[in-house]
Write a protein that binds this ligand. Structure first.
Ligand code: SAM
Length: 333
């Protein structure tokens, strides 16, 4: 199956952000192993596959089983097209938070790793996923539709105060208390089950002048908050950062080639964040790991999109790429 030929218009429209910059940062070499924690539609992985060559290996991971299948097909096609038909591709369904342990249990050490956080274009464009207020759809928001509570479950279950805290914390929404109050009032009559009803209720919590002046839709922050909560996004990122710390410690402690870690010594790790709640912990962790000589920082400042990319791909405008290299034992620094 060829992912590009069989994908929807939205799949084909997906453009990997900062793709050249990711390739330059991770610097994949022939025969190496690359793990993509957020395979998505396979854009970054398809660019990296030819560089790994026929003796290389790619581990594709995603919460969304549909995207994982699409990414696998796209990467296979890219490798075959480049004459790297021996490239090994391993698909792992689940969170990148669990991937390091999975890799260790399979005895796989990676030379390059990427996490391109958040959602893919085909997910937000599909009304059935409930990620956007632009179209009517079920209030779902799960990136892994096979498990867990939906946004509707949360909105209809949480106490008013907890709902307000969630909207404030994950959406940085100043009107969180008013919004939570409106949601609780509305659900008393009829549980909230659709994206458009949620958006209308949130808008009704905004003073008219404020809603008119705002450059973004009043529901933007509430939708972000619910998506982050439903998918445990910050918790998963935190667990990934802890795994990078542990993996780097193990790679530094053990003799070369026997690290028992999911990260090879010298491994390059990149993370692309799209808002400050994601970027802040990445930055702080990378600075901390470097101060303890676990890694070298590959980026002092985040890499951001140039004008051409930002004008052609709105999502790229908020992308920030940071990277580190795992320090090897005995390396002179
Ligand atoms: C921005 S897209 C990645 C796009 C990909 N880099 C590409 O070039 O096509 C984000 C993907 O990460 C997945 N995702 C989000 N959080 C995840 C997590 N904690 N673990 C694994 N996958 C996750 C989403 O399902 C989505 O497919």
């Amino acid at each position: 199956m060829n992912g590009r030929a069989s994908g929807s218009k939205s799949d084909r429209a997906h453009i990997p952000v900062l793709c050249d910059e990711v390739v330059a940062l991770l610097d994949p070499q022939a025969g190496e192993t690359y793990a993509d924690g957020t395979a998505g539609l396979g854009g970054h992985a398809a660019a990296i596959a030819p560089l790994l060559g026929p003796s290389g290996r790619i581990v594709l991971n995603d919460l969304d089983p549909g995207n994982l299948e699409k990414a696998t097909a796209r990467v296979r096609a890219a490798a075959d097209e480049a004459g790297a038909d021996g490239l090994e591709i391993i698909a792992v369904h689940g969170s990148f938070a669990a991937l390091p342990a999975e890799l260790e249990s399979r005895g796989i050490r990676v030379d390059c790793f990427l996490a391109d956080l958040g959602f893919a274009s085909n997910q937000v464009d599909d009304p059935e996923r409930g990620l956007s207020f632009q179209a009517e759809g079920p209030l779902d928001m799960r990136l892994d539709p096979t498990r867990g509570e939906t946004a509707a479950d949360l909105v209809n279950r949480l106490e008013e105060r907890d709902l307000a805290d969630l909207i404030f914390r994950f959406g940085e929404e100043r009107l969180s208390r008013r919004i939570a109050q409106k949601l609780v009032e509305a659900r008393r009559f009829d549980p909230i089950h659709t994206t458009t009803r949620l958006a209308d209720i949130v808008r009704s919590a905004y003073p008219v002048a404020m809603a008119r002046k705002s450059r973004i839709h009043p529901a933007t922050r509430t939708f972000q908050a619910l998506r982050i909560a439903v998918n445990g996004e910050l918790d998963h990122l935190d667990r990934l950062l802890q795994a990078i710390e542990r993996g780097s410690e193990a790679a530094r402690r053990a003799p070369e080639g026997e690290t028992g870690s999911w990260l090879a010594c010298g491994a390059r790790v990149g993370i692309i964040a799209f808002h400050s709640l994601e970027d802040r912990p990445v930055k702080q962790s990378f600075v901390d790991f470097a101060s303890r000589d676990l890694v070298d920082r590959l980026t002092r400042k985040p890499i951001v999109a140039g004008d051409a990319e930002a004008s052609g791909n709105p999502r790229a405008r908020s992308a920030k790429l940071r990277g580190v290299r795992v320090v090897c034992p005995g390396s002179s620094r």
